[in-house]
Design a protein around this ligand. Sequence first.
Ligand SMILES: *[C@@H]1O[C@H](CO)[C@@H](O)[C@H](O)[C@H]1NC(C)=O
Ligand SMILES: *[C@@H]1O[C@H](CO)[C@@H](O)[C@H](O)[C@H]1NC(C)=O
Length: 237
Amino acid sequence: MVTALAFILFACVASSTGEDSPDIIPVPGGLSGTGITTRYWDCCKPSCSWRENLRNTSADPVTSCAIDGNTVIDPEAMSNCGGGPSYMCSNQQPFVVNSTLAYGFAGASFTGKADYQLCCGCVLLSFTGALSHKKMVVQVTNTGADAVANQFDLALPGGGVGINNGCISQWNAPPDGWGKRYGGVDTEAECDQLPRQLQDGCRFRFEFMESVSNPSVNFVQVECPKEIVDRSHCNLK
Ligand SMILES: *[C@@H]1O[C@H](CO)[C@@H](O)[C@H](O)[C@H]1NC(C)=O
Ligand SMILES: *[C@@H]1O[C@H](CO)[C@@H](O)[C@H](O)[C@H]1NC(C)=O
């Protein structure tokens, strides 16, 4: 009897694969639906780093960093993409939790225009199609001014700079960024062009995401995992 009970307790903390299996907790009444993903890394200060963009919460804004990508900077500092000293922090790149789950950050719109309602909120993205065995929890750190409804623009270094290329002033990146302006690098080997501290996040697309480009998703709003909040310092609760 004691042995059986011990087995059941053990089964609750580790998955059958022996890998970490953190609790992912849905937010009652939260957003959910189907959506698309794209990718970007423009080095600009993310828009949820402005206190006034966190309209419905007293949460601290998403951390933004000095030119080194590591030193947290005053949230009132202007974005480098507006001529100021503030950049995306390098640790707001994706990271693997276990072989089927990763955490990361994204720009998102649920309305098809700049959308501040979920600044600092988190969603569980369940990829569909070729990547249907993988999931990712992302925190919304950017508001997707040029996005369509239910678009998640994943913050993936080397994923394309898009409209603004803040990576020129920060990392001396090429005029259109690494690879193509939209979509970024095409091969994992090209990730070597990025600064060392962004290379793991670049390789993530070819390793964890198995080179699947812009997979579709089902999404559900969840509580933000501690490991994400530890990086962004922003938590809706
Ligand atoms: C990874 O963690 C998630 C969430 O706890 C879990 O559902 C999944 O089974 C884990 N994956 C593996 C391979 O253990
Ligand atoms: C704030 O919350 C209200 C009510 O929940 C909602 O209608 C509104 O869209 C939210 N404001 C923003 C800026 O998202």
